[in-house]
Design a protein around this ligand. Structure first.
Ligand code: PGA
Length: 255
């Protein structure tokens, strides 16, 4: 069965006010209504999440968090638990984004967070991606290590249908012209599938959803979907702008 295409809007630390957050949300909601065959996940900062969740939205739009605490049931000032995220009605959580890894999260913490998310019935989106590419293929070994260390300690039942966002760090936050090419994305997706097959078997590899993130804009969304062989896109800066409806429109062309 073909998996439904997925687009995740990662708002990061934006916008600066609730009023603006509502505006951005309205644009996303209106486009989700038009493209019911695409699953639209919105990840606002925590301070807006509970408020936006109360607004009306179509069934193909759902909410997620950008992070969760790596601990449960402890005094943990400033953190937000999986239980809280689940209980306000969010359905998923982004884990291991490169910007969080840059703040010190390693594969071990990420693995812990994945387990907590699954235990709390939140769907995690695991981000992986290399800092740079090398002719010798060192980035491939790096990706393999990330996948192995993040996923190996999890029970196999948790891995069925997991979403992996492949986000090469060197291509994040730029213009579509500097994004990874669809051919290179395709090649890397095949590599990731092979690693998962080798580590966890064919059934899990076939069920995994792989999405691409890193300078996705309206201009390159269609070609990445068509030639990148991905199940969806993770969109950062362009999800805050009027480009977002066009990203959905262009994804829809290439179902
Ligand atoms: P970008 O961000 O679309 O702005 O490159 C993607 C991400 O970091 O998730």
């Amino acid at each position: 069965m073909k998996k439904r295409n997925l687009v995740i809007a990662n708002w990061k630390m934006n916008p600066g006010s609730l009023e603006e957050a509502k505006k951005i949300f309205n644009t996303a909601r209106d486009s989700a209504k038009k493209f019911k065959n695409i699953e639209v996940g919105i990840c606002p900062p925590f301070v807006y999440l509970a408020l936006l969740l109360k607004l009306q939205h179509p069934k193909n739009l759902f909410f997620g968090a950008q992070n969760l605490a790596s601990e449960i049931g402890r005094a943990f000032t400033g953190e937000v638990s999986a239980e809280m995220i689940k209980n306000i009605g969010a359905e998923f959580v982004v884990i291991g984004h490169s910007e969080r890894r840059a703040m010190g999260e390693d594969n071990e913490i990420i693995s812990q967070k994945l387990k907590i998310a699954f235990d709390s019935e939140l769907k995690p989106i695991l981000c992986i991606g290399e800092l740079e590419r090398s002719k010798e293929g060192e980035h491939l070994a790096f990706l393999k290590k990330q996948i192995k260390e993040c996923l190996s300690d999890l029970p196999k039942k948790y891995l069925i249908g997991i979403t992996i966002a492949y986000e090469p760090i060197w291509s994040i936050g730029k213009s579509y012209k500097e994004a990874m090419t669809p051919t290179d994305i395709h090649e890397t997706v095949l590599f990731i599938k092979k690693i998962i097959t080798d580590l966890f078997g064919r059934e899990i590899a076939d069920s995994v959803r792989i999405i691409y993130g890193g300078s996705v804009e309206a201009e390159n969304a269609a070609e990445i979907m068509e030639y990148g062989a991905v199940d969806g896109l993770l969109v950062g800066h362009a999800s805050l702008t009027d480009q977002f409806p066009n990203i959905l429109k262009n994804m829809d062309l290439k179902r």
